[in-house]
Design a protein around this ligand. Sequence first.
Ligand code: AMP
Length: 215
Amino acid sequence: MDLILFGPPGAGKGTQAQRLYKVYRTPQVSTGDILRQAVMEVTPLGLEAKPIMESGALVPDALVISIVEERLRQPDCRDGFVLDGFPRTVAQAQALDAMLASLGRHIDSVLSLEVPVEVLVERLTGRRSCPKDGRVYHVTQAPPAKPGVCDVCGTPLVQRPDDAEAVVRARQLTYRRDTEPLKAFYAQRGLLRPVDGTGTLDEVFQRIQAALGKS
Ligand code: AMP
């Protein structure tokens, strides 16, 4: 299964990609995670991406396209993958088509998580994570037992710089302007599968499985 998990920031793409991995062993390919890692390691890519990510804008197409090209060639992607946060522009989608065609592959489905904008803002601004083990919490919806610290390792939780409210709003605008038009791009190819992204994680995952014809 070569899949795209599509949707605005905060729609739950990362969480659902992890669940798909647990059940189907399809590796999660998240351009946001790869970029954040580069920022943490202060690589040349990280230095270029950091101010752009902190403003809520998109990193240049050429950079993310080469990241994905390299990642999809890794052996663990041979039998399938779940793209999370890529493509985000029509140019990226066209580059993806070309790179998959060169590998004799094609996208099987684009799962589009649909969530109202105010729910997205609430989810993102309340999100906190453990910098040590990556566990994700929410101040009201999934709080840690002791406020502000990780349940498992006791490390103080942090907020992603781009989850501050002003940046969250900027990211939503970027999504509406640059990324949402991709829905038409994939609908025309008959690949778009809209999925209600509200409710519990289990409910959303069940809908995803139904959309994939797996339940
Ligand atoms: P995410 O974790 O997917 O929300 O990505 C965090 C940030 O990384 C985005 O706001 C962008 O600045 C950058 N980014 C991630 N994926 C892409 C992409 N496909 N194209 C351009 N920028 C991206």
